[in-house]
Design a protein around this ligand. Structure first.
Ligand SMILES: Cc1ncc(C[n+]2csc(CCOP(=O)(O)OP(=O)(O)O)c2C)c(N)n1
Ligand SMILES: [Mg+2]
Length: 795
């Protein structure tokens, strides 16, 4: 595997002067191409003096972080060449996009993927012009950048993605560059703890590199302004062995970096060897590097008399007034010429052969690492037949079952079926058992490399269920795992999934963009189970009540998101099977964990989930011509709607009622808005024009209006849902507080059917009496009315 002989290494482990000169030339080339991308649209090799015509009209991009990224890429390249390493990169300060484009161009991957960006003068010109140009390429390490799984636009997620990529990839080394500003974010702060979950025998390695360039956009960074010893203690406290590399004199820094990286990679190899040679798996102190170099290194030292290099002023575009100040243009030219492009590229714009040697070849190039295009490596999950886990339905609604517990058995089957492939993990913030899918843990255990005590249960260095009290880590690990071609499942309390709203945004953007990039292959979907739902917070109350993640996801591209609210266990199984097979989506499943009535036989459940929305004949008496549609979506609203139907049967026996249930929320939308949208004709057959619909919805009611505002008969759609009324109270009182209870739904139906106008006053009185009776009973007894608690559907 070793591609270059040891000639680069002189006696004593030091690089020879010739090797250093070559490496420095490569770094200069990367820096030159980075600056060129930010500024130029023409004159790519500076064959003539720079004029304003060569310069882009809008100067967009970030210089400050870039030379440091280029320096690291260069030195990682040397390690890859010498040791034949399988390495991928994750760049936290993704605004250094020009650096990664430059490096993947220099190593040749960029031109292989984008043939019009040729390895010559024209190619360099196009490379420069396309950057931050309308319909060109984005300024960050975006999906368009070869070798990237991480755009780094929103800071904070680099290290967690790196660990997600390394799990179950024993041959992989993930070099992760963390911004010193980025380190101030919450998700990054907790990400350091990922080392307590990485098994040196069965997982790959992560090398965190703290890019301590001292500044962020406009301020110093916290980590740069604490004593160095304190910073090293912090890293030791997180369980790492810190190595520090500091300086600004390039030749000296190359030599020092080479020696230090050799030490670090020897250390990683030794840790892995010890763990893999049959030793007891122990948590090692993995090495991490602190690189302390100037922000904007090698750029303009002063602009307009103010220091720029090694200050926050180097963050974006250090010379930005080219049109107003001729001396800026001259300074830019001097800066670019300082890299001596004529020594790097020949007259035709080809990188000189001796300079090019600094890059690895073929698949070893980081821009070509297959793990960074996970769809290439994706193996389908082996799925046991979900029908085998079905709940037997005798009398509908007669027996209560915890739906998520049934799902847990299925997930256990999935886990077992894929143990050999090692490509499925389940993630949760300490809630896997609480969400009642705990069966999935049996046999495989929960990942844990930290200390264990006799009292602990099911913790294991080879566990495949990952539990850590950080929604950020669960989300980020799973994203990293999926992006590198594996499968996963994330279960979370409904209210607290909002913690990762922003991370989901970024993943949704990644999926949307990569769908349109032909060389990016589809990856497995990101699957959520939200349980511990708004309606059943018996232990916790108001703080735990928020169904708004549905609304959040609904804003995303229709090509990316799917949202399911299965009303019982069999529909949940069918939905889960579908989600685990799907590709390149974000699938949200909202399902309760409390004992609840079961409605559909397995084959009915499959048919219902396939259309996503349909009438339940067995609960309807409309004879094809309803006077009212009682619609429901979500398990508790479904039960309340059916209970309301029974009340109506008693009070208005001749009322023709249709029951319709929604599993796939997207089916409510017109087809023009979402591929799952029901055709208008089909929608009208279920919700006939001029017939009122009373809709009981799991989440915030306005969402249903938003989805259906263009449907016929929208005026007659009346939605009940959660309206932010909550506390620690009985399950039924939660429904009453939000007016989604059976009494309210029955009253709503009577109020909306014109034929029943004369009964409304009486019904209103009846409703008030029921609610009063309920309130008094709950206050006195601390529990729901027996008729409510013991309610059963009677067909
Ligand atoms: C979560 C988040 N908050 C704010 C920003 C805006 N922002 C972009 S770059 C940057 C400074 C980054 O500093 P650092 O991580 O030190 O990177 P570098 O100095 O290498 O550019 C900020 C605040 C962002 N991209 N993401
Ligand atoms: Mg910084």
């Amino acid at each position: 595997m070793i591609e270059t002989a040891t000639s680069e290494r002189a006696i004593g482990g030091r690089l020879s002067p010739e090797a250093i000169v070559k490496m420095d030339a490569y770094w200069r080339a990367a820096n030159y191409l980075s600056v060129g991308q930010i500024y130029l649209k023409d004159n790519p090799l500076l064959e003539r003096p720079l004029t304003l015509d060569d310069v882009k009209p809008r100067l967009l991009g970030h210089w400050g972080t870039t030379p440091g990224l280029n320096f690291l890429y260069l030195h990682l390249n040397r390690l890859i060449r010498e040791r034949g390493l399988n390495m991928m990169y994750v760049i936290g300060p993704g605004h250094g996009g020009p650096g990664l484009v430059a490096n993947t161009y220099l190593e040749g991957t960029y031109s292989e993927i984008y043939p019009h960006i040729e390895q010559n003068k024209d190619g360099i010109k196009r490379l420069f012009r396309q950057f931050s140009w309308p319909y060109g390429v984005p300024s960050h390490v975006a999906p368009e950048t070869p070798g990237s799984i991480h755009e780094g636009g929103e800071l904070g997620y680099s290290l967690v993605h790196a660990y997600g990529a390394a799990f179950d990839n024993p041959s992989l080394i993930v070099a992760c560059i963390v911004g010193d500003g980025e380190s101030e974010t919450g998700p990054l702060a907790t990400s350091w703890h990922s080392n307590k979950f990485l098994n040196p025998a069965t997982d790959g390695a992560v090398l965190p590199i703290l890019h301590l360039n001292g500044y962020k956009i406009a301020n110093p960074t916290v980590l740069a302004r604490i004593p160095h010893s304190e910073l090293e203690e912090l890293m030791r406290g997180y369980g790492y062995e810190p190595y520090t590399l500091e300086g600004d004199e390039p030749m000296e820094m190359h030599q020092k970096a080479a020696a230090m990286f050799d030490k670090i990679f020897d250390r990683i190899a030794a840790i892995q060897k010890a763990a893999r040679d049959g030793g007891k798996p122990e948590r090692p102190a993995w090495p991490m590097l602190i690189l302390r170099t100037p922000k904007g290194w090698t750029g303009p030292k002063f602009v307009d008399g103010k220091p720029v290099e090694n200050t926050w002023r180097a963050h974006q575009v250090p010379l930005s007034e080219l049109r107003e100040k001729p001396e800026h243009l001259q300074q830019l030219e001097e800066w670019m010429r300082s890299y001596k492009p004529e020594e790097l590229f020949d007259a035709g714009g080809h990188l000189r052969a001796d300079v090019a040697e600094a890059a690895p070849k073929g698949r070893l190039r980081m821009g070509m690492n297959a793990h960074a295009n996970g769809g290439l490596l994706l193996q389908p999950l082996q799925l046991p037949g979900f029908r085998d886990f079905a709940v037997k339905i005798g009398e509908r609604g007669a027996e209560d079952v915890e739906s998520t517990r049934v799902l847990g058995r299925f997930l256990h089957g999935v886990m077992q079926a894929n143990l050999e492939q090692k490509n499925f993990r389940v993630f949760g913030p300490d809630e896997t058992a609480s969400n009642r899918i705990g069966d999935v843990i049996t046999g495989t255990g929960k990942t844990w490399m930290a200390e264990t005590l006799p009292v602990d249960e099911q913790l294991s260095p080879t566990g495949r269920v990952m539990e850590v009290l950080s929604e950020h880590l669960c989300q980020g690990w799973l994203e990293g795992y999926l992006l590198t071609g594996r499968h996963g499942f994330f279960s979370c309390y409904e209210a607290f999934i909002h913690i990762v709203d922003s991370m989901v945004n970024q993943h949704a953007k990644w999926l949307k963009t990569t769908r349109e990039i032909p060389w990016r292959k589809p990856i497995a979907s990101l699957n959520y189970l939200l349980s511990s739902l708004v309606w059943r917070q018996d232990h916790n109350g108001f703080s735990h009540q928020d169904p708004g993640f549905i609304d959040h996801l609904m804003n995303k591209k229709a090509s990316v998101v799917r949202i399911y609210l299965p009303p019982d266990a069999n529909t949940l199984l069918s939905v889960a099977d579908h989600c685990l097979r799907s590709r390149h989506y974000i699938n949200l499943i909202v399902a309760g964990k409390q004992p609840a009535p079961q409605w559909l036989r397995m084959e009915e459940a499959i048919a219902h989930c396939t259309t996503g929305l349909g009438t339940w004949e067995w609960a309807s008496n409309d004879g094809g011509n309803p006077e009212v549609v009682m619609a429901c979506c979500g398990d508790v609203p479904t039960m309340e709607a059916l209970a309301a139907v029974m009340l109506l049967r008693e009070r208005v026996p001749d009322l023709r009622i249709r029951v319709a249930n929604v599993v796939d929320l997207m089916a409510m939308q017109p087809q023009s808005e979402h591929p799952h949208g029901l055709a208008d004709d089909d929608y009208d057959r279920i919700f006939p024009p001029n017939v009122p619909t009373i809709f009981a919805f799991h989440g915030y009611p306005w969402l249903i209006h938003r989805l259906t505002y263009r449907r016929h008969n929208h005026d007659q759609l009346h939605v009940r849902g959660y309206k932010e009324e909550g506390t620690t109270t009985t399950p039924f009182d939660m429904c009453v507080l939000n007016n989604i209870d059976r009494f309210q739904l029955a009253l709503d139906a009577i109020r909306r059917v014109p034929r029943l106008a004369a009964q409304v006053d009486v019904a209103q009185q009846w409703y008030s009496e029921q609610i009063q009776r309920h309130k008094l009973y709950v206050a006195e007894n601390g529990d729901d009315l027996p008729e409510v608690k013991e309610w059963r559907w009677k067909g």
